[in-house]
Design a protein around this ligand. Structure first.
Ligand code: HEM
Length: 316
């Protein structure tokens, strides 16, 4: 067993026969340097000597990494939307939905933490809580759920606060979608398109009508229709993540208050009702079955659940 050393393009390069394979590496870039494994694997710093705290730390850290990727991908999706590259936006949204599904499954690992396991170290956590996750809040803001008061908990960290303020004041993924609908000729109110983006989004009938028109005649705006379904999937899985978190918390701490000071499970249940893309959900109630060759927007208007002014704003 020997290592053969050569210089390739001025870089020391190594080769060895291992298990019948010719394995190579060089000093240009190693796995550890590229992936910063030293920093990553030294970032687990328990505050107790209780063995189950490691699971708790790694669960949070892996979720934080996935949230980081979701934010990165959401930025890409917004850039694609601004450039009217709908196929690229769809691909990116698909990736976010897949990451969220993976995160949902990973709650199963944390569910192996019994109430007793958690109580062995809960006291050491003091007031530390996921409520203080600035990335989670940034992702909520970036998708479209703006709640300015939540920035307060980052008051003593100027860098994180500034980053959150930036996302708070910027148009969200939903804002970019509505701008796209406006560019495509749908009547989106001016005060929806140009507003103070740091304020919570107020749903409008016109936006709901626009989505209804797209869903009523998918063939006419196929790209917007498939895009809307990808966007809906992101919220669908985000809500499922919230639900699994709430159920896991309920399994581990019951109805105790949270380390962050909230009512705990009750607080998390309330969060299940916070939408990112409200009209994309509301519009579904107004839909009815298409008649072959007919106009089912008219049917939707007749439907009991439909609004008085229902029907397709494009006059189809
Ligand atoms: C045994 C494990 C866990 C327990 C008991 C727990 C408990 C809680 C509780 C009670 C809250 C409400 C705020 C508070 O008063 O503290 C909360 C919020 C939160 N937790 Fe967890 N959690 C756990 C694991 C996790 C993990 C692994 C993550 C992943 C990052 C996470 C992320 C969050 C986030 C982002 C919030 C804020 C939710 C919102 O404001 O809507 N939690 N958690």
């Amino acid at each position: 067993m020997s290592i053969k050393k050569t210089i390739v393009d001025g870089v020391e390069t190594f080769e060895a026969e291992i298990d019948g394979e010719t394995i190579q590496w060089d000093r240009g870039l190693s796995y550890a340097r590229h992936l910063q494994t030293e920093a990553l694997l030294n970032a687990q710093v328990p505050v107790s000597d209780k063995p189950d705290e490691m699971l708790f730390i790694i669960m949070h850290q892996t979720m934080e990494l996935w949230i980081k990727l979701c934010i990165h991908e959401a930025d890409q999706a917004m850039e694609a939307l601004r450039a009217d590259k709908l196929g690229k936006a769809e691909k990116t949204l698909d990736r976010i939905a897949t990451i969220l599904r993976h995160m949902i499954h990973s709650w199963e690992v944390l569910a192996t933490l019994s109430p007793h396991d958690f109580l062995t170290f809960r006291g050491f956590l003091r007031k530390a809580s996921g409520f203080q996750s600035h990335q989670y809040r940034a992702l909520e803001f970036c998708l479209g759920l703006k709640r300015a008061d939540l920035v307060l908990v980052h008051n003593d960290d100027a860098e994180k606060r500034a980053e959150l303020e930036r996302v708070l004041h910027a148009p969200s993924l939903y804002d970019e979608l509505l701008r796209l609908l406006a560019r495509r000729g749908f009547e989106i109110p001016a005060d929806t398109l140009e507003r103070d983006f740091s304020q919570g989004y107020v749903p409008s009938d016109e936006v709901e009508d626009a989505w209804l028109a797209i869903y009523t005649s998918p063939g006419e705006n196929w790209d917007l229709y498939t895009l809307a379904e990808k966007v809906t999937a992101v919220e669908y899985y985000f809500q499922e993540w919230r639900f699994k978190h709430m159920k896991t918390v309920s399994r581990v701490i019951g109805h105790k208050t949270g380390t962050g000071g909230s009512s705990g499970v009750n607080y998390l249940v309330k969060a299940l009702d916070l939408p990112f893309f409200p009209e994309l959900w509301a519009m579904r109630t107004r839909m009815s079955a298409p008649k072959e060759g007919g106009n089912y927007a008219d049917d939707a208007a007749k439907d009991e659940g439909a609004k008085d002014e229902g029907g397709c704003p494009l006059g189809h």
